[in-house]
Design a binder for this molecule. Sequence first.
Ligand SMILES: Nc1nc2c(c(=O)[nH]1)N[C@H]1C(S)=C(S)[C@@H](COP(=O)(O)O)O[C@H]1N2
Ligand SMILES: [Mo]
Length: 192
Amino acid sequence: MGTAPLPPGQRLAKGWPVSHYGPVPKFRPERWSLQVFGATATGDKYAWSFDELSALPGITIETDLHCASGTTSTDHEFFGIAAGTILDLAPPAPGVTHVMAWAEYGYSANLRLADFTSERTVLATHHGGEPLTVEHGFPLRLVVPHLYGYKGPKWLRAIEYMTADRRGFWEERGYHNIADPWTEQRHSYQEE
Ligand SMILES: Nc1nc2c(c(=O)[nH]1)N[C@H]1C(S)=C(S)[C@@H](COP(=O)(O)O)O[C@H]1N2
Ligand SMILES: [Mo]
């Protein structure tokens, strides 16, 4: 937050910069769903329309966003569905250790299950009381406050439950598999 220290090696961004790879997708509500697939407890797939998702109970969190390239934007208030709520509605099989968060155009980020189920991890629909803007991920983005920004896909479309780890988009391209900003886990070469 405004008075919180920045993680090591980060500088303050001006405002809230937009940062992502590739184009901004169009939202087509009639074709849109959030899916949960992979190693679910029942073997079933789950899907929610945007209206169904919006009817679920939500939480508000405050956080800074730390981009691994070195800028931090501060004082964000996100509202959305706690990741734990999704876990309750779509229980994972006992062997699930990781999830892959999938966005439009195949962007992905892998997370340890504990990072995904962290109390403050949210599938955000709103920022500062307003729907997300399209460049910041409308209609839905994942926010994982305790990890670098690349672990939070904008334009989120699916959660895949996994029984083993697999690297996501940036993790395959030289970024750190865990992404803790407080210990500067930026690069894959830092992994043991
Ligand atoms: N779909 C998608 N989500 C993404 C990215 C991306 O390239 N594609 N980039 C990530 C990175 S590296 C960062 S730092 C944040 C930036 O979020 P912002 O543009 O809202 O500041 O989005 C993350 N989510
Ligand atoms: Mo980033």
